[in-house]
Design a protein around this ligand. Sequence first.
Ligand code: PHE
Length: 344
Amino acid sequence: MTDREAQLEQEKIAALTALEEVVSTEALEAWRVAHLGKSSPVMQAFSDLGKLPAEERPLVGRAANAVKQALESAYAVKSEQLRQAELERVLASERIDVTLPGRAVQRGRLHPLNQTLREVCQIFRDMGFQIYRSPEVETDDFNFTYLNIPPYHPARDMWDTFYTDKDGVLLRTHTSPGQIHIMRERAPEHIRAILPGTTMRYEQLTARSEIEFIQVEVLVVGKGITFADMKGTLIDFAARAFGKDARTRLRPSYFPFTEPSAEMDVECFVCGGEGCNVCKGTGWLEILGCGMVHPTVLEYGGYDPQEFSGFAAGMGIDRSTLMRYRVDDIRHFRNNDIRFLEQF
Ligand code: PHE
């Protein structure tokens, strides 16, 4: 055996010993560069072949080839071992422990105002009413003029209004402008509809009033509709909403768009009519305003008041939800405090 062959044999042993210590892909790469790279002893042996005496070249060449192959296959085996080890490590660390209890998904629910709103809508649906949506941003004409409240009329002061930069454009102060929209769309058909939605008033925030609140407008238009129809409908509504035996009363009132006008009270469901702080000692809770649609409003809606008549009502959802759950401050409803909302 020539010196060169002996050196190669030693290199092989050294390299294979070193490979046993390799436990990472980084170390394996370093090993590959050191023992199979361009300047490794084996590769050097190939490039040095030319400097050897002619008779030694085939012997050394063969020996170098054998070492190179031995190192290459050892490298392949090690590389596969590392890959397997890595895979097992990942599988072990990413294993899903199915015995761990899951994280509970928080169950959402309807906002208390929406609960009341939906119940009111359902009652009217059961009574054969359609549900109609109308815009929250209105013009002066729809919010006031077509409802028989001409410009500069003092009755406009009944509603503190949010006006916009755009002349004649405002945030509706009640759902009543929807009456005009639906009448113009349906005339001369009969109408039996409710119009629920958000309304806004430029008011001082207090425990009992918000700037934003929900109303439900009721509108019936047809031939021969009378005040008795209105009374019957509203009493039926109250019975369905507050219980068969709930007592109600109508008090004369004033609204520019209805004539005659009234307000309906329901017996206080907190004290049963005896008087408490919810009903402020009166035994009654005001739940809605109502009346026979004013002839001028019918005309603006496209109906001939000689032929048609109708009644309208408007009720607030926030105030009744407040009373229903005996919430002490109306501002809780829109504060978005989960601790409050979770109670419903
Ligand atoms: N729009 C009135 C209000 O918000 C309520 C109402 C509606 C009264 C329909 C009569 C008829 O105060």
